[in-house]
Write a protein that binds this ligand. Structure first.
Ligand code: C5P
Length: 226
């Protein structure tokens, strides 16, 4: 069975909601509850661990997980929250990591990443959407240096699924390295592991600013009506 870690310990300053992002109400429920329910419904997942802000290491009122769901205090940076959640998890392999900030997760996407990581020689599989914008590299003064060929570029999301041993090894690094990681796959890549991308819809967006909350709410309500 797999274990799933939901990282929900960020304060979400850019959302300006006055409370941790994971607990902001979205379409009538706390943000984190949306992905918790999706992961709970995936048959291959045996346990879910949620990393919450350090002051709040129990599932807050209004947030519910299946039996065996654990809440742990997260760390100062995202990878530290991953590390703490993994240390609290029971046995289980592979490890599914998901940002609470992506409430539009679907069971199909989780299943697709689980299938991808099961392939021979693969250490990690990450949900990602092909880049659709034209990408330019510019100097600090704004002058464009290059237009980057986009056909091989992917915008990476979560879920990210890893073989447990590879993830544990990749996380066993100095705190400064953990602080530099904006995703877990990078830690595996720098340790020489093989990571594959799994095509995901752009709809699996990350809630960062108030406008994202509006878009996510509209998409969730549409999904409900469907
Ligand atoms: O800040 P950002 O939007 O990149 O955070 C991505 C995810 O990582 C969020 O779900 C957030 O709650 C989580 N996080 C965490 N611990 C931190 C920082 C972020 O669990 N110290």
């Amino acid at each position: 069975m797999a274990v799933a870690l939901i990282v929900a310990a960020g304060f979400g300053e850019r959302l300006r909601a006055g409370r941790p992002k994971a607990l902001v109400e979205l379409a009538g429920r706390p943000l984190v509850q949306w992905s918790l329910d999706v992961l709970a419904a995936v048959p291959a997942i045996g346990q879910i661990v949620v990393a919450l802000p350090p002051a709040d290491p129990v599932l807050p009122r209004g947030v519910h997980g299946p039996a065996g769901t654990l809440a742990v205090a997260g760390g100062k940076v995202r990878s530290e929250s991953v590390s703490l959640a993994l240390a609290a998890a029971g046995p289980g392999d592979p490890v599914v990591i998901h940002d609470a900030a992506r409430p539009l997760l679907t069971g199909e996407l989780v299943e697709a990443t689980l299938r991808a990581v099961a392939a021979e020689g693969v250490d990690g599989a990450v949900a990602a959407a092909p880049v659709t914008d034209t990408i330019k590299r510019a100097r600090a003064d704004g002058v464009v240096e290059a237009t980057v060929e986009r056909s091989t570029l992917w915008a990476v999301q979560t879920p990210q699924v890893f073989r447990r041993e590879a993830l544990e090894r990749a996380l066993d690094v100095a705190p400064a390295v953990l602080a530099e990681a904006t995703d877990d796959a990078w830690l595996i890549e720098r340790a020489g592991g093989t990571v594959v991308v799994v095509a995901a819809p752009r709809e699996n967006l990350k809630v960062t600013t108030p406008i994202d909350l509006t878009v996510a709410e509209a998409l969730l309500r549409r999904r409900w009506r469907a």
